[in-house]
Design a protein around this ligand. Sequence first.
Ligand code: NAP
Length: 323
Amino acid sequence: MKKRILGKQNSLTVSEIGMGCMGFSHGYGPGPGRNESIQLIRTAYDLGCTFFDTAEGYAAGENERLVGEAIKPFRHEVILATKLHIPEEGDLETAIRKHLDDSLFRLGCDYVDLYYQHRVNKNIPVEEVAGVMGKLIDEGKIRGWGQSQASNSEIRRAHAVTPITAIQSEYSLMERMFEKDVLPACRELGIGFVPFSPLGAGFLSGRYTSKDIYTGDDVRRVITRFSKDNMDANQPLLDLLHRFAHEKGATPAQISLAWMLHKWDFLVPIPGMRKAERIRENFGSADVVLTHEEFGRLEAELARMNIYGNRTDEDIAKLRDMI
Ligand SMILES: NC(=O)c1ccc[n+]([C@@H]2O[C@H](COP(=O)([O-])OP(=O)(O)OC[C@H]3O[C@@H](n4cnc5c(N)ncnc54)[C@H](OP(=O)(O)O)[C@@H]3O)[C@@H](O)[C@H]2O)c1
């Protein structure tokens, strides 16, 4: 697969498309089981993927254990990203170090390539977090750092203390709120951007209908993007993707990823997928190159379209009472 560089300082070279590993143990209902998940992660590597994403918060650390075991044979050939939630009590530096050490233990590694603050805490100054991350980089415990769902000003303030390698936030044809100022800020400052849910939690593949039933901790039970009304209302977006897919000999998922790869050259999406054919399909997006004219036509049609529903942390929190 083609490569991209995340971040100008503390930069990391990764495959143009990475693998979001969360769904193997968290957020999308029952997964394929541990052994099959490990095989699927190794299949992704065999297909050229060198960027794997997990977090301490996915299934209370189980996802880190799984990913650590899966990538063990090629740990030094890949970029491994994980994330932490910083508690608001106690000494900040001690807390971050403890979370990192616990993640490293579960991952079976002695360094993490990219360490994200999973959500910015409103009561902990980003500058202080950045300061600790800078020390961890100097010590070689992490190679780079980032924030998730951060605002333009949070990014700028933190970046001034310790240059950020990448921002990981939701971005897709269905969620474009960060186009306004965050993506331009990343371009200006030389920060990579890693879109999560780049396929709109799968909707953009065009393979889901409002008749599908989701169980367990599957976020599609609660996010409004998957309500029947919103799925019906977003059908024109799928129709557009099907038209472009037909024209390009590709699939709607591939057009969705090719669109963002064309639009921002410092961006590396991390779709989540738990079937070998979907891994092949999504990585195949790197070979679907839109021409300038095709991209312009797609953007013009998108500009005329409304998108309904979204995926919010508040809605996902409702799952706690349902499981
Ligand atoms: N920073 C954060 O707060 C945050 C939040 C959410 C996610 N993330 C990270 O971002 C990664 C990606 O997010 P996501 O999993 O929501 O991304 P996504 O790729 O938009 O959605 C994943 C869903 O789409 C389905 N899917 C993917 N490709 C498909 C295809 N070609 N055809 C049909 N269905 C397809 C998957 O199905 P199957 O899995 O069943 O195959 C899964 O249900 C996560 O794994 C995680 O590492 C981070």
